[in-house]
Design a protein around this ligand. Structure first.
Ligand SMILES: Nc1ncnc2c1ncn2[C@@H]1O[C@H](COP(=O)(O)OP(=O)(O)OP(=O)(O)O)[C@@H](O)[C@H]1O
Ligand SMILES: [Mg+2]
Length: 306
């Protein structure tokens, strides 16, 4: 049997899940940190499985195998993987380093338009390519465009891997002068428009972001980069660690994973917004990840001319 214990540290309550099993020579115990709130039943059940694995490993004298913190997913077929790898090696990217600015304009326009920015594709081109200010544009519109450019360049040149510091810096660049505290996790609960899914409470974010990074380090060794890129996006928007700019940060993190693995970055278009949101919604209750993975796959494929 497992049970929850509560511990008070400096006036704060912390919860742990504990499981004991009896052995000939005494009790074996495993303990898992739950956070400042007791998670819902399904997550408790998954934590209980983690404890079972730890106990089994203790009994057998082996190190526990680190399980991903999230459920395993049915991913791309091997044929799809060979096809996209062949495209990566032999396909001609639509956007090459010479016309990267055209990719950037397209990406910036769409990523901001998904969030309701009033900048048109033409406005974005005027700002990013001609370095001029389109008539009647507000300061906010200009920051939205130039910050996305800066953030894209930051991600493109970043040589290390995903870390908390990287995520915070990325958000800071992206939301410069658009939020009171860019580069800081939210201090309030957040609701994602159009879904009942509730992201973690603010006090749990620090631990949850650490878990997200551990999860990323696990999957990047195990799964194809397109699967990793899609999962990074999925898990990041589920955390929604910022008060605003989560979607835009997620799309850049996803492109970071793709570029790091020699794929071209992708554009999720404003036209595809409805489908994009619906596929993200499927990833909650039923944990249907594959449709979103396939969506990212198709976006990657469409960035090449064969
Ligand atoms: N059902 C959903 N579940 C999880 N994430 C979703 C869902 N629908 C949309 N999203 C993601 O959330 C983002 C927008 O949500 P919202 O406007 O609440 O966040 P935000 O913090 O304003 O981020 P941003 O403005 O950069 O997108 C979308 O761009 C998408 O990536
Ligand atoms: Mg927003």
């Amino acid at each position: 049997m497992s049970y929850i214990v509560q511990q008070e540290i400096k006036g704060n309550q912390y919860y742990y899940l504990v499981k004991n099993i009896r052995q000939e020579n005494g009790w074996l115990k495993a303990k898992k940190y739950l956070g400042k709130n007791i998670p819902e039943k399904s997550r408790l059940q998954s934590f209980e499985k983690d404890l079972d694995n730890v106990l089994k490993a203790k009994i057998s004298g082996k190190q526990p195998i680190k399980q991903p913190k999230y459920e395993s997913i049915q991913f791309l077929k091997s044929l799809e993987i060979s096809r996209i790898d062949h495209t990566r090696e032999n396909g001609t990217p639509k956007f090459t380093p010479e016309n990267d600015i055209d990719f950037l304009i397209n990406f910036t326009f769409n990523s901001n338009a998904i969030e309701g920015s009033t900048n048109s594709l033409r406005d974005t081109k005027i700002m990013l390519k001609d370095e001029k200010v389109p008539n009647g544009k507000k300061l906010r519109d200009i920051y939205e465009a130039v910050n996305t450019e800066d953030a894209y360049k930051f991600v493109k040149c970043y040589e290390n891997d995903i870390s908390k510091k990287f995520i915070l810096r990325l958000h800071e660049i992206l939301m410069h002068r658009l939020l009171p505290e860019p580069g800081a996790f939210r201090k309030k609960p957040v609701k994602i428009t159009g879904t009942d899914f509730m992201p973690p409470q603010p006090e749990d974010l620090d631990v949850e972001v650490d878990r997200f990074i551990t999860f990323y380090r696990f999957i990047r060794k195990k799964y194809h980069p397109i699967e990793v890129a899609a999962l990074v996006h999925i898990k990041f928007v589920q955390l929604h660690p910022f008060s605003d700019g989560n979607g835009r940060t997620a799309r850049l993190l996803m492109n970071f994973v793709l570029m790091k693995n020699n794929f071209v970055p992708i554009v999720i278009t404003r036209k595809n917004r409805k489908q994009y949101y619906e596929l993200l919604e499927k990833t909650h209750g039923g944990k249907e990840y594959l449709p979103f993975v396939k969506f990212v796959y198709d976006c990657v494929e469409s960035e090449y001319e064969l």
